[in-house]
Write a protein that binds this ligand. Structure first.
Ligand code: PNS
Length: 162
């Protein structure tokens, strides 16, 4: 049984992330979507909010689990007895950073494989940062994120909590 970890900030999950989750859940027996906590990065959504949005969004996928971790990804992978890290690749611009990450993770544990999944072309421009940028100027992001995330973004702006 191959367990794959799909790590990220997921601040918030976008339709591009969801596409990678759905496709990887068809390949691996188990996929753990893990919110990696980064205390040095200011997030729009709390860890709890990000976990809830992921849980709601992936509720229909029986072999997908949602979790969080603070620390080195490779330590988490070993802790979960996983052997694969799944990453989405959108464009050449993603490649350099992801290549570096994959190499350092392999250096830290040669038995863990990083597997890249090309984004679906309809999501190739999409990122959490772009969603936040558009939303911050009042642009419509409904078609870019799952329904529960859209509601949460609207609610946050209404309450003035961001
Ligand atoms: O969604 P993001 O922000 O692009 O995700 C990046 C993430 C969280 C996957 C990456 O920064 C990560 O793996 N962080 C955990 C710390 C770690 O193991 N870094 C790599 C070795 S230095």
């Amino acid at each position: 049984m191959i367990t794959a970890i799909y790590p990220g900030s997921f601040d918030p999950i976008t339709n591009g992330h969801l596409d990678i989750i759905q496709r990887s859940s068809r390949i691996f027996e188990k996929v753990v979507v893990t919110v990696m906590e980064n205390p040095r990065k200011q997030a729009m959504f709390t860890l709890q909010e990000r976990l809830e949005m992921l849980q709601v969004t992936t509720a229909g996928l029986a072999n997908v689990e949602v979790d969080c971790y603070r620390g080195l990804l490779i330590d988490y992978v070993k802790q979960k007895k996983a052997t694969v890290i799944v990453k989405g690749l959108r464009a050449i611009s993603d490649f350099e950073f992801e290549f570096q990450m994959a190499l350092i993770n392999r250096k830290l544990d040669k038995d863990v494989e990083t597997m890249f999944m090309m984004t679906s072309s309809r999501h190739s421009y999409l990122s959490s940062s772009i969603v936040k940028e558009v939303a911050s100027f009042g642009g419509d992001v409904e078609s870019l994120v799952p329904g529960c995330v859209y509601k949460k973004i609207v609610q946050k702006y209404k309450e003035g909590t961001i």
